[in-house]
Write a protein that binds this ligand. Sequence first.
Ligand code: BDR
Ligand code: CA
Length: 411
Amino acid sequence: SIPVWLDCDPGHDDATAILLAGHTPGLELLGVSTIGGNQTLAKVTKNALDVLDAVGLSHIDVVAGQPRPLMRPPLLCPEIHGDTGLDGPGGGRLLPRSPRSPLPGKAITVISRAIEAAYEQLQRERTGQQQQQQQRGGEGGGGEGSWRSSSSSSSSSPSGERVRLVCTGALTNAALLLTVYPELSEMVEVVIMGGCMGVGNTGPVVEFNIQTDPEAAKIVFESGVPLTMVPLEVTHTVLATPQVLAAIGGIGGMGATAATAAAAGAVGIAAEAAAAAGPASAALSTAAPPPPSSSPVAPAAGTAAAAASPFRHTIQQLLLFFAETYKRVFRFEHPPLHDPVAVAYVIRPDLFECRRMRVDVETCSSLSYGQTVCDVWGQSAAPPNVNVVLQVDVEGVWRLLLEAVARADAG
Ligand code: BDR
Ligand code: CA
């Protein structure tokens, strides 16, 4: 299985990223670290513990990371995530409080040890596989295939032999990790939800996670580590429509209608959203985010609907709060679920269309600090450093999430 460390700031969409990472076969969630962002470090750390316990992952540890960005004052996002960082409809705490505490110690120490141990395990497995191949008279070696972008990466290990560090908040912890333990850049592939190619969300051309700590992002982007960026242009196509919410809630749950059974194939809506976003070429050439889909949805056939449950209801309630705030703040008809898309990339990279390009982080401009300046057409002489996601199979992402919800619900 693929070992994954998740660094996050829960946060509604971070909560679904935790659920997806912890309830997908083939992924091993090593641990969760937190970073101040959607709310204060203290709040998002408690939220991470609450989420893990609520989704049946109380065996996964949490460690608190940096309380503030490297060089700037903290940025919080209560207008989207509420006072707790994980409010339910109408405001206020939704999840029960976890009795657990975060691990003691510095996050980067804990993360580095976990990554090193998982990497050594991967190496042992690889050696075992090679020996088996040799015994069978095969050629041996090769691993699971090459890192898609190894040609311009400074590192040499193929993707299948690396631990994944998924970051769905500001990159402060990641920057410190790669600075203090540079040897880890040979052991990890970093996947982030963050940045944008054109239009931003918390600034005209900046995305929140990168805007929160641009200097940290610059360190990570220039570190030479294999890096995949899932930008806003892509996450804005993964919309939690009422049909998606109904499918998450299950038959008989809130929002259930005559169409709910069909909406268990929430994927049908997702496919529509993907179509609205257009092909990768359109994503590249447009300056504006794709319009949220508002037209009626043809339900997808074939997926059996699940029964409602208190667990499903809770997840639905979290997303309903998110839907309310996205409508109020951004006038989005349906909220985009950013963070699980980065986890989905680890699970099913084949669902994603990507392009390697040069991406530099603006840190000087007062107008656009935090901008991820994407050299889409290769104008710069600088070598490509980021694998940028251009488009995703939205239906496929919803399928992964609905399956994870079903597994968590089944206990
Ligand atoms: C990002 O900002 C946060 O509010 C979300 O959790 C997501 O990680 C989107 O810009
Ligand atoms: Ca986040």
